[in-house]
Design a protein around this ligand. Structure first.
Ligand code: URA
Length: 413
């Protein structure tokens, strides 16, 4: 009979765990028999000692088995999805999901909340008053039947293991572990009954994978797991050396995504990632479409409004984003010298967003949707006095502290 104390001890020494031991941990944690503190210790041991490919596959498989696997055969259309490995300012899912659905594809997107220093699609979507992301399996399927798209979270039935491990990893600094990321991401995607999956593997100072080598290693393992389950899977590696797009923070990012879909107002880097993913999904799906037409005709925006309404949201906040609550204070960080914006420590920027209240530091923390950053310059020439970023905060003193810290995270030379 496996025993958690021994399992932690063995992983601490770098020994591989058996499939039975992995099953014991996952099932025991989901059922509540194994406490947080023991799993936290095991996660840290896995973080430092890693897991081999067999263990990673076994962990993914146990996560999948913790809940139900969707059966979407009765819903016409190819089932497609994308997932990001986590970034700062990454609002791509909010745009790509309705875009793919507007073209007739079915997008059963199971997403996540903020993780470590990165933001989460569910938290962002919930900036719109009324939006729900916790649906039963039947409700989820009905959303897909009626609208071809839904963005939902993990529940007691939908990858409950990922829900529990995800929450614990977020606050125990055990996110950037290759096997834990693979199990978390792929379990969510492999219960969706997909035909096609594209993974957006972030690489750079704001990503969990800081180097190209690490990103490639993660990408190749994610693709291998996806393909082994018969899903046409591919990965793109995209830049996360600076925040993606202009905004960081839940409401601010939702507004940016809406402006992208409704007004065609888009930062080049965000546009690049969105288009890269759309093209790759269509290619894998074997579908040739003039995808740009769907954005220009307003179909993507309309699909987003439909999604918000279907998930209980008040669409008047989408139609008039000026109604969304804004932070009490906006402090500007201005360039302190003329020169070149050389680099940003984007992970630090993500943590600073958490300090403002955009993310969680402990389980159950309530997030503040209104706070975050707007970046007016990220790279290139800058003149003394130009506004690099706005800090949106509810507390003036906190805003000033974050501004000082942000300055330390940015290099001008
Ligand atoms: N996204 C997830 O769903 N899980 C991770 O571990 C990282 C990014």
């Amino acid at each position: 009979m496996p025993n958690l104390k021994e399992i932690i001890e063995r992983k601490k020494r770098g020994e591989p765990l058996t499939d039975d031991e992995i099953a014991y941990v996952v099932r025991g944690y989901v059922s509540g028999e194994i406490p947080d503190y023991q799993v936290a210790a095991l996660l840290m041991a896995i973080y430092f000692r890693g897991m081999d490919e067999r263990e990673t596959f076994a962990l993914t498989c146990e996560f999948i088995k913790s809940g139900v696997t969707l059966e979407l055969d009765d819903i016409p259309g190819l089932k497609v999805d994308k997932h990001s490995t986590g970034g700062v300012g990454d609002k791509v899912s909010l745009i790509v999901a309705p875009w793919l659905a507007s073209m007739g594809l079915v997008v059963p997107m199971i997403s996540g909340r903020g993780l470590g220093h990165t933001g989460g699609t569910l938290d962002k979507l919930e900036s719109i008053p009324g939006v729900r992301t916790d649906f039963t399996v039947e409700e989820f399927k009905q959303l897909l039947r009626d609208h071809r798209v839904a963005i939902v979270g993990q529940t007691d039935d939908i990858v409950p293991a990922d829900r529990k491990f995800y929450e614990l990893r977020d606050i125990t600094s055990t996110v950037d572990s290759l096997p834990l990321m693979v199990a978390s991401i792929m379990s969510k995607k492999l219960v969706e009954d997909l035909d096609v999956l594209v993974l957006d593997v972030k690489c750079g100072t704001g990503a969990f994978m800081k180097t190209r080598d690490a990103a490639e290693q993660l990408a190749s393992l994610l693709v291998k797991v996806g393909q082994s389950y018969g899903v046409k899977t591919d990965a793109v590696i995209t830049n996360m050396d600076v925040p993606l797009g202009r905004c960081v923070g839940n409401t601010l990012e939702v507004k940016e995504a809406i402006e992208f879909m409704r007004d065609g107002k888009m930062e080049e880097d965000l546009k690049h990632v969105v288009i890269t993913i759309i093209e790759r999904v269509l290619e894998l799906a074997g579908v040739e479409l003039d995808y740009w037409r769907y954005l220009e005709s307003g179909a993507v925006y309309e699909k987003f409004v439909e999604l918000v309404a279907a998930q209980g949201g008040d669409t008047s906040y989408v139609e008039d984003t000026g109604k969304l609550r804004t932070a009490n204070h906006v402090v500007e960080l201005k360039a302190w010298e003329t020169g070149n914006l050389l680099s940003m420590d984007t992970e630090r920027i993500g943590w600073l967003a958490n300090h403002l209240g955009a993310g969680r530091f402990k389980k159950g923390d309530k997030i503040n949707h209104a706070v975050g950053f707007v970046f007016w310059h990220k790279t290139g020439d800058i003149h003394r006095g130009d506004v690099i970023a706005e800090i949106h905060a509810d507390d003036r003193e906190l805003a000033e502290w974050v501004s000082d810290e942000l300055r330390k995270a940015i290099r001008i030379g």
